[in-house]
Design a protein around this ligand. Structure first.
Ligand SMILES: [Zn+2]
Length: 266
């Protein structure tokens, strides 16, 4: 329960525009998995085919890592009872427009894009999660909470960014950057099947429990949700990391990252 307070605290800090009056908190309970509002999950393994992902000269191909995690996530979600649709299930190139069209062809679905990060500065590391529409924030917060919490790497925060696949999708859509393949440590993690499985399981947990976050989204929008219990210190520290470390990295690597997440803009 406490972890959701943290998730909501995190979520609340990203909703700058919504300022409805605080309402009484709805009691929350564990929601049986078969009552999840979204039973279709569209999994999007980034890149593929001639599009390796990452930056030029990158040793570990992003397209392979994203597919590995996506396929493991498919197994995790299927076991949870979700219906899973893959935008690609092999090493093929799928245009971004096609990926979005697949996602948008399912009503009441959610869209989860799996990516890995890249930067010319080898020390850049950590997990970050992107969303665009406000309806995607609970999903982004839930997934990020579990992935960043389960990974032995820095938390770079949840960020709003207008990537094509996030902007053009009409369903809740999230893009997870599961670490930097240009960082030696994270590249080693990414290539281990145990870590790929861990990532898949944490993303799956976020998806599974995101409706619990959504059901209390009123709290996230209230000021009270921002500061609560002992989790606030963790939230603050992650935000601090987000604003200092990551933004400068982002700026410095905007150009070279064209083929990484920025490439989803094409
Ligand atoms: Zn990518």
């Amino acid at each position: 329960m406490r972890r959701f307070v943290f998730t909501l605290a995190l979520a609340g800090s990203f909703i700058a525009t919504a300022t409805p009056a605080p309402r009484p908190q709805t009691p929350t309970a564990v929601i049986p998995e078969n009552s999840q509002p979204s039973t279709v999950v569209v999994i999007d393994a980034g890149h593929g085919g001639f599009d390796r992902g990452g930056i030029p000269g990158q040793r570990v191909p992003e397209k392979k890592m994203t597919l590995d995690v996506a396929q493991r996530l498919k197994a995790v979600l299927t076991a949870y009872g979700y219906r899973v649709v893959m935008t690609r299930d092999s090493d093929v190139f799928v245009p971004l427009g096609t990926r979005v069209a697949i996602a948008n062809s399912y009503r009441d679905a959610i869209f989860v894009c799996i990516h890995f990060n890249a930067a010319r500065r080898g020390s850049a590391n950590g997990i970050e999660t992107y969303f665009y529409s406000s309806q995607s924030l609970p999903l982004a917060s839930a997934i990020h909470y579990y992935v960043a919490g389960g990974a032995p790497t820095p938390n770079r925060g949840v960020r709003r960014r207008g990537f094509y696949v996030l902007r053009k999708t009409t369903i809740p859509a999230v893009l997870v950057e599961c670490g930097f393949l240009t960082n030696a440590t994270e590249a080693n993690y990414a290539q281990s099947s145990a870590y790929q499985q861990k990532l898949a399981e944490e993303i799956g947990r976020g998806i599974r429990e995101r409706s619990l976050v959504a059901s209390t989204s009123d709290l996230a929008r209230s000021k009270r949700g921002k500061r609560s219990s002992k989790s606030s210190s963790k939230s603050t520290s992650s935000k601090r990391k987000h604003s200092s470390d990551s933004d400068s990295e982002k700026r410095s690597s905007t150009k070279k990252k064209k083929s990484a997440p920025a490439q989803t803009e094409n």
